[in-house]
Design a protein around this ligand. Structure first.
Ligand code: SF4
Length: 719
C-alpha cells in the first residue's frame, strides 16, 4: 500500500458522524483504515539494527497490529499500524548472538516517546527559547536550499555528526565533499580515538580490538568497563559468560580507581594511581618477560619496586600478578575508559599493547583480534574531523548541520560550544528531540526513528567474522518525519549549483554497497538485517614497537593545583545513559544503577575515609568545584572508590531534553578542564582535579531503589 493511500480517510464520512454523537472527545477520533483490513494478534519478527552505540548489535523486532492516535493534515484520527512491540537480539548476529544490553532493550522508546518532534519546526522566538512553529516539509526544504544557496564560501558549511562507521555517515560526507564543505565533525564524549591510534601504530589496525574471552584463562582489564559500557558490551558479556562457565573458570583482574560494573564482577580489584596504568602494564610486562628471558632493554627500568613508587600498587603484588600472567595462559590485557583519558593516554594504550605482545596474546586463541573489514564498505569515519579544534572554530561557519549529536551537553563548558553556536547565522538539526543543542536550531527537520527507516552500521569490533549491518524499516512512520539521508539527497538536487549524489535514495546507496559484497548479500539485509561471513584471516603484523620512555617521565598532567584541588575527578559512562544521549528514555531513568541502586538522579561517589574527613554523610549535598566551575550533587558513600578520587556518572544534568531528563541532576562534563591527550588531541576527561565541600543536608535528591542508608543504619556500619 502506498503511504498516500495509507493515510487516506477511508472511513471518514459515516464513522465520524456516528462517533461525534457520543459526546466523548476520545471517540471523535477517526479510524483512517477500516477494522476489516486488520488481522489482530499475529506477530511478525523483522530484522533491524540497534543504533545506540558503535557495537552495532543486530535486532529482531516483534511487530503486531495496533491503533495509533495521530494527526493527518490537521485532522486527529486513529491509524491502524503494524507497530514494533518488543526488541530482541538477533540470534544469528555475530556480535550479540541474540543478546541485548539494557539500553538496547529501551531503544524502542525512541519511536513512541511522547516528546518526539513530529513535524518540521521553525524557530519563532529568540535562540534557545524553545519557541518553534510547525512548518510544511516543502517549505522547510525550500528554506534549507535557500540558506545553502546563499553561501558564497561553500567551505563555511559544517556538519556535526556521530563518528560511527556507517554508509549513512558516508552519504553525509559525500554530500559535504561535493558541496565543497569540510568533512563532518565527529563528536562523541567517550571517544576511543587514543586506542585506535595505538592499535594503528603497533598493529596497523585503526580500530578497537575484539577479545576472545571465551578461551582466555586470565584477563587483566585496565579501566575498561567491558561488561557495562565499553567497546562491544553484549559481545564481551557473552564471551565472559563462557569464560566463567568453563570447568577451568577463567580469572578477571580489574585495575581501576573506581569500581565499575566489570570491577564488581572481578576476582581481584586493584586500585591504581590515576594516570599511571601504563606504568603498571609495563611493570607486568617486565615480570612476564623476565620469567622466560632477560627483560627487553626498554622494560629494564620497569622493575616492580620502581613501578610501585609511581602506581601505588605494591611491588609484591606486581611480582605475583606478573608471575600469574606468565603461567596462566592464554592471558590477555585490555584498556579502556579513564585509563585512556589522561594527558598521557596514548602511552598507556601502547604499554598495554606491549604487555599483550609479551603475553603472546596477539591473534592467538584467548587473545586479541581485529574484526575483519572490507575496504569497499569502510568509509565515513575516515573522512571525519576530530572535534576539539573544530568545535572551537565553529563560529567561523555560516551554516551548521547537526545530525543527532548534542555537543553542548557533551563538551566541557571551557570549549564554549554554546557560545560558538550562538554566533552561527543558521543552524539546522535533524534530531528527533529538542535537546541542549537542537534548542538553538533555526530549523528542525526530524528524522524517522530507526524502526521507521533504513538503517546501517559497520561494527568495528565484537566479531571474528566480517559483519555489515543494514535493515529495512520495520514499520511505517508514525509522524510527519523524513529520512535524513533522503532529505540531503533531495536538497542536493534542488540547489542552484546542484550536488548530484549518485543515488536517488539512501536504500539505493545501501543496495549498491551491499551488491559489491556478493550476489546474496542483499538477501541477508532483508532477511537478517545484514551480511556476515568468515572473511579470510588478515594477519596482524607488529608495525612498530612503542618507544618506551623511562618511568619517571610518564607523569600525567592534571588541571588544578593539588593543594587547592586535592581530589581527582572521574566522570564515567553510566550503565543507563552511557554518554547521556538516552537519558530521555523513561525506562532507563527508572533503571536502578547496578552498583548504587540510584535512579532518576545523579550523585557523587566518595570514599568513606574522604567523606568522614569532610563530615559528609550519605545523601548530603556536596559541591564539587574545579577551576572551571562547580556542580552540586547528593553524596553516595562507597568503599569502591579510592580515597583520592570522586566520581560522577554522566547522563543527567540536561538543560533541555524532554520531560524526563530536563533539569534533573548535574552534568559532570561541564566542569572539566579543557585538557587534551598529548599526542592525539582527544579530550582528557580524567585529567581534572576538584575539591569538595558539604553544602547541605540530605534533601531526598538521592533516590535509591534500595532505600536510604539512614533507613538501614546497619549498612552504614559495613560500608
Ligand atoms: S551494546 Fe547495547 S546499546 Fe550498544 S548496540 Fe548493543 S544493544 Fe545497542
Amino acid at each position: 500500500m502506498e503511504r498516500r493511500d495509507f493515510i487516506k480517510l477511508t472511513a471518514v464520512t459515516g464513522t465520524t458522524a456516528a462517533l461525534t454523537a457520543c459526546g466523548n472527545p476520545e471517540h471523535q477520533l477517526i479510524r483512517f483504515v477500516p477494522d476489516d483490513d486488520i488481522v489482530p494478534g499475529i506477530a511478525e519478527w523483522k530484522p533491524s539494527v540497534c543504533p545506540l552505540c558503535r557495537a552495532g548489535c543486530g535486532l529482531t523486532v516483534r511487530v503486531l497490529d495496533a491503533d495509533f492516535e495521530t494527526t493527518r493534515k490537521g485532522q486527529a484520527g486513529v491509524v491502524a499500524v503494524k507497530a514494533a512491540k518488543k526488541l530482541e537480539g538477533q540470534p544469528a548476529h555475530p556480535v550479540n548472538h541474540g543478546g541485548l544490553c539494557v539500553r538496547g532493550q529501551a531503544a524502542i522508546q525512541l519511536t513512541y516517546h511522547p516528546d518526539r518532534i513530529t513535524t518540521p519546526l521553525k524557530r519563532t522566538g529568540p535562540r534557545g527559547s524553545g519557541e518553534f512553529a510547525p512548518i510544511a516539509w516543502d517549505a522547510a526544504i525550500a528554506e534549507l536550499v535557500s540558506q545553502l544557496d546563499r553561501l558564497t564560501d561553500r567551505a563555511s558549511l559544517a556538519c556535526i555528526a556521530r563518528p560511527r562507521r556507517s554508509r549513512r555517515l558516508e552519504l553525509v560526507a559525500e554530500f559535504l565533499s561535493r558541496f565543497g564543505a569540510p568533512a563532518p565533525i565527529g563528536f562523541e564524549t567517550f571517544d576511543d580515538e587514543v586506542l585506535r591510534r595505538a592499535n594503528s601504530t603497533m598493529f596497523g589496525r585503526d580500530q578497537l580490538p575484539t577479545f576472545d574471552l571465551a578461551r582466555a584463562e586470565l584477563v587483566v582489564s585496565f579501566g575498561a568497563d567491558f561488561l557495562g559500557t565499553w567497546n562491544s558490551p553484549v559481545s564481551q558479556n557473552a564471551g565472559f559468560g563462557e569464560m566463567r562457565g568453563r570447568r577451568s573458570r577463567g580469572k578477571l583482574v580489574q585495575i581501576e580507581s573506581r569500581m565499575s560494573l566489570s570491577g564488581g564482577s572481578a576476582d581481584e580489584w586493584i586500585p591504581v594511581n590515576p594516570g599511571t596504568e601504563g606504568v603498571l602494564a609495563l611493570g607486568l610486562a617486565h615480570v612476564v618477560s623476565s620469567k622466560s628471558a632477560k627483560p627487553a632493554a626498554a622494560l629494564a627500568e620497569y622493575t616492580p619496586a620502581a613501578v610501585e613508587k609511581i602506581t601505588g600498587v605494591r611491588a609484591a603484588r606486581i611480582e605475583r600478578l606478573g608471575g600469574e600472567l606468565a603461567e596462566r595462559r592464554p592471558a590477555v590485557a585490555m584498556i579502556g575508559g579513564p585509563a585512556l583519558a589522561h594527558t598521557n593516554g596514548l602511552f598507556h594504550a601502547l604499554a598495554v599493547n606491549t604487555l599483550n605482545v609479551a603475553l603472546g596474546a596477539v591473534q592467538q586463541p584467548g587473545g586479541l583480534f581485529f574484526t575483519p573489514e572490507l575496504p569497499s564498505l569502510r568509509a565515513g569515519s575516515g573522512a571525519l574531523t576530530r572535534p576539539s579544534a573544530a568545535l572551537k572554530n565553529l563560529s567561523a561557519q555560516a551554516l551548521v548541520l547537526v545530525d543527532d549529536v548534542n555537543p553542548v551537553f557533551g563538551s566541557p563548558r571551557a570549549w564554549h560550544v554554546a557560545e560558538a553556536l550562538a554566533k552561527i547565522p543558521f543552524i539546522v538539526s535533524f534530531g528527533s528531540f529538542i535537546d541542549d543543542t537542537s534548542v538553538n536550531a533555526d530549523l528542525l527537520l526530524p528524522d524517522h526513528s530507526f524502526l521507521e527507516s533504513w538503517t546501517d552500521s559497520l561494527p568495528e569490533s565484537g566479531s571474528l567474522e566480517l559483519v555489515a549491518n543494514a535493515a529495512p524499516p520495520v514499520m511505517r512512520p508514525l509522524h510527519d518525519t523524513r529520512s535524513t539521508p533522503d532529505v540531503l539527497i533531495e536538497v542536493g538536487g534542488k540547489l542552484k549549483t546542484p550536488v548530484a549524489l549518485p543515488w536517488k535514495t539512501y536504500d539505493e546507496m545501501l543496495k549498491a554497497s551491499f551488491d559489491k559484497l556478493g550476489a546474496n548479500a542483499w538477501d541477508g539485509v532483508e532477511k537478517q538485517g545484514g551480511f556476515w561471513s568468515a572473511a579470510p584471516e588478515s594477519r596482524i603484523t607488529l608495525h612498530e614497537s612503542p618507544r618506551i620512555p623511562n618511568p619517571e617521565s610518564q607523569i600525567p598532567n592534571f588541571d588544578g593545583d593539588a593543594s587547592a584541588y586535592p581530589l581527582h575527578f572521574l566522570p564515567y559512562a553510566s550503565q543507563a545513559f552511557n554518554d547521556g544521549s538516552v537519558a530521555h528514555l523513561p525506562w532507563l531513568q527508572e533503571l536502578p544503577d547496578p552498583l548504587t541502586s540510584a535512579m532518576w538522579c545523579s550523585w557523587v561517589e566518595i570514599n568513606p575515609q574522604t567523606a568522614a574527613a569532610k563530615k559528609i554523610a550519605e545523601g548530603d549535598i556536596v559541591e564539587i568545584s574545579s577551576t572551571q566551575g562547580s556542580i552540586r550533587l547528593p553524596a553516595f558513600v562507597s568503599p569502591g572508590i579510592a580515597p583520592n578520587i570522586v566520581a560522577v556518572p554522566v547522563g543527567q544534568g540536561h538543560g533541555v531534553f524532554t520531560q524526563f531528563a530536563s533539569g534533573r541532576g548535574a552534568n559532570p562534563i561541564a566542569i572539566l578542564a579543557p585538557m587534551a591527550e598529548a599526542e592525539t588531541g582527544a579530550l582528557a576527561w580524567a585529567a581534572t582535579r576538584v575539591k569538595i565541600e558539604r553544602v547541605g543536608d540530605a534533601n531526598r535528591s538521592l533516590i535509591l531503589f534500595a532505600g536510604e542508608m539512614r533507613e538501614n543504619p546497619h549498612e552504614n556500619e559495613t560500608r
